[in-house]
Design a protein around this ligand. Structure first.
Ligand code: ADP
Ligand code: MG
Length: 357
């Protein structure tokens, strides 16, 4: 029978639900940067500029030259579950944009002071400011909207991240470790999107810059001249048999020669359709493609993008969207392994330094 009078299971009020969801999206500064870069790429930016002070909590900025937003869209963009990327009753499986939940900007604005300046190319741009650090007790944070002059594109400035969440702030690892995460993430994006120019500034100086003119130039920008000159580009496509018929898989990327190695697998980068992901199966396939070329205990430097039909990707696996479920990962991984193996076989590895180290 019903436990009349029991209220142990209660529905959360919407403001609490929002706060919990925001906590999953915005766990650390690198996550904020990742969401903002996703938005810039979804807006077809050809240039993405990231600037970070310290560990990123005081201030970080991501600017792009993408499509920008009209005023009403900009006002709505900071509201939760407002998105231009999914039909109201849509299913995210098969979507080819990076964002789709319509919660990143709202979640960031919940945890920080967010200033978004945008223009879709019209005469007057728009500035929207939401200050989550001074939220009313009922959770409302009416955005302040004003005119702004700027070229087409969008810039988001995030200040005082976690100002009202001391526990979250405490859980961060210190400025150099947090910046290292951001730097590694920007490198992931730059290598996965070599036709987009990326810059990363830290405390006023540029630490990474890629010109948007192809992979080898991106490798130069992320690493150095030596790595760029001792690496090969790869571009292959394969028909892969799956349970529901063949699909075509495009494998592209850059592989440093086996004379350039690292002790950890952190420099084996995998992206799926241009979005950096963590996928152990695909990372292992890249490693396997190098086969016996690598010295024992050494890991390669490689960035591989796997292009698959969007319907093969389920971005719902993880709130960060960094771990994606890939259907038929095994045959896709096999295609990656042989594409990497073939590319290294074809590359000029005859120089002694590139086979004997
Ligand atoms: P989502 O990306 O999941 O849609 P967001 O909260 O990240 O949710 O963004 C909300 C909406 O704001 C996006 O759907 C998009 O229409 C717009 N938007 C956000 N960032 C940008 C940007 N850099 N350029 C153009 N439009 C943007
Ligand atoms: Mg987004």
């Amino acid at each position: 029978s019903d436990q009349v009078g029991s209220d142990r299971v209660r529905r959360l009020d919407p403001a609490t639900v929002d706060r919990i969801a925001a906590g999953e999206v915005v766990t650390r500064p690198a996550r904020v940067v990742g969401e903002l870069i996703d938005n810039a790429l979804d807006a077809d930016a050809s240039r993405v500029e990231v600037a970070v002070d310290g560990d990123g909590t005081d201030r970080l900025r991501v600017g792009d030259d993408g499509c920008g937003m009209a005023r009403e869209d900009a006002r709505r963009a900071v509201e939760r579950h407002a998105t231009s990327k999914l039909d109201p009753d849509g299913d995210p499986v098969g979507i080819d944009s990076f964002g789709f939940r319509g919660e990143a900007l709202a979640a960031i604005a919940e945890a920080a002071r967010l200033e978004l300046t945008t223009s879709d190319g019209g005469a007057v741009g728009t500035r929207v400011v939401v200050d989550g650090t001074t939220a009313e007790r009922d959770g409302s944070r009416p955005p302040a909207v004003s005119d702004a002059g700027r070229a087409r594109g969008t810039t988001v400035v995030v200040e005082d991240l976690f100002a009202t969440r001391p526990a979250r702030r405490e859980s961060l690892s210190g400025a150099s470790a947090e910046f290292a995460r951001i730097s590694s993430l920007v490198a992931d994006y730059a290598l996965a999107n070599p036709e987009v120019a990326f810059t990363l500034d830290h405390d006023g100086s540029t630490t990474l810059s890629t010109p948007g003119s192809g992979l080898t130039d991106a490798v130069f920008g992320v690493y150095d001249r030596e790595t760029a000159s001792r690496s090969t580009e790869l571009s292959a496509s394969a028909e892969v048999a799956t349970g529901d018929g063949p699909i075509s898989v495009a494998v592209s990327g850059a592989l440093a020669y086996p004379s350039i190695t690292r002790s950890s697998r952190d420099h084996v980068r995998v992206s799926v359709n241009g979005r950096p992901v963590r996928n152990d199966r695909l990372a292992a396939a890249i490693r396997a493609g190098y086969d016996r070329l690598l010295p024992d205990g050494r890991e390669p430097v490689a960035a591989i993008d796997v292009g698959v039909p969007p319907t093969r990707v389920d971005p719902n696996v993880h709130p960060a969207k960094r771990e994606v479920g890939i259907r038929d990962a095994d045959p896709i991984a096999d295609a990656v392994e042989s594409a990497v193996g073939d590319a290294l076989t074809g590359a000029d590895l005859r120089r002694k330094s590139d086979v004997d180290t």
